[in-house]
Design a protein around this ligand. Structure first.
Ligand code: FE2
Length: 207
C-alpha cells in the first residue's frame, strides 16, 4: 500500500469559542473609548497601543484563557510542555475598506488572533506559504488544479466566529484582505516560552 508522509508541516491551532460572551462584550466596549493609531499602510485599520497584558484586567483574562493553548501548541513546536508568557497584546479595528498587508511578528515565537466580531467572508485572515523557501520557482495554479497542503500558496482561515482563537508560529506571514463588510475587531498577541534548552545551553526570555 502506498503512503504519503506529511514532512515538516507548519501547525496552526484553531480553538472555537474560547472567549466567553461577557468578555467579548467588555473588550468591545473598551475599544470604543480607547486611543488608537492609524496603520501606516491602511487608512481604515487602527490599533491600540501594544500593551503588557498584565497591566490590563481584560487582557489578563484573555491571557488566562490563551496560556493553556500556548502550552499545548508549544508541544508541537518544541516537543515539551513549556511555560509560556503572552508578552504583548493589542486590539485591531478594521473598518470597511481597510486591510492588513502581509507581515510576520518579530521577537516572538507564537502569535495569535482572537476574533471579537464576525468577519465578512471575503475578509478572513490569510496565511501565506513561507516565501523564498526551498521550493520550486514553478507553479501549476489553474482553475482545475486541486489545491492541498503540498501545492497551495495560501491558507484561508475557513471561518472565524466571535470568541475564536487562532495560534500560529510567529514567522508565518499573514494578511487580511480588504474588508467589504462592517467593523471587524480582533485582539492580537505575541508569546514566548520562558526557556529553550539545547543540550544544556539554555536561552531564557523574561519581561
Ligand atoms: Fe499579524
Amino acid at each position: 500500500m502506498d503512503t504519503v508522509e506529511p514532512l515538516f508541516p507548519i501547525p496552526l491551532l484553531r480553538s472555537a469559542g474560547l472567549v466567553p460572551v461577557d468578555l467579548i462584550a467588555a473588550l468591545t466596549a473598551a475599544i470604543e473609548g480607547a486611543t488608537t493609531a492609524q496603520n501606516l499602510r491602511s487608512a481604515a485599520l487602527f490599533h491600540t497601543d501594544v500593551a503588557d497584558p498584565r497591566g490590563d484586567p481584560l487582557f489578563s483574562r484573555l491571557t488566562a484563557l490563551v496560556t493553556p493553548k500556548l502550552v499545548d501548541f508549544g508541544v508541537l513546536l518544541f516537543g515539551e510542555r513549556l511555560e509560556w508568557t503572552v508578552k504583548e497584546m493589542w486590539t485591531n479595528v478594521l473598518e470597511a475598506g481597510g486591510n492588513q498587508v502581509m507581515h510576520s511578528h518579530a521577537n516572538s515565537f507564537v502569535s495569535g488572533v482572537l476574533y471579537l466580531t464576525d468577519s465578512d467572508p471575503r475578509c478572513r485572515t490569510v496565511f501565506i506559504r513561507p516565501p523564498g523557501g526551498f521550493d520550486y520557482s514553478f507553479r501549476h495554479h489553474t482553475r482545475t488544479a486541486q489545491m492541498g497542503p503540498y501545492n497551495a500558496g495560501k491558507y484561508l482561515l475557513p471561518e472565524a466566529n466571535p470568541g475564536d482563537l487562532v495560534l500560529f508560529p510567529s514567522y508565518l506571514y499573514h494578511e487580511v484582505p480588504v474588508n467589504p463588510g462592517g467593523r471587524r475587531l480582533t485582539v492580537a498577541f505575541n508569546a514566548m516560552p520562558h526557556e529553550l534548552d539545547c543540550w544544556g545551553y539554555r536561552i531564557r526570555f523574561s519581561p
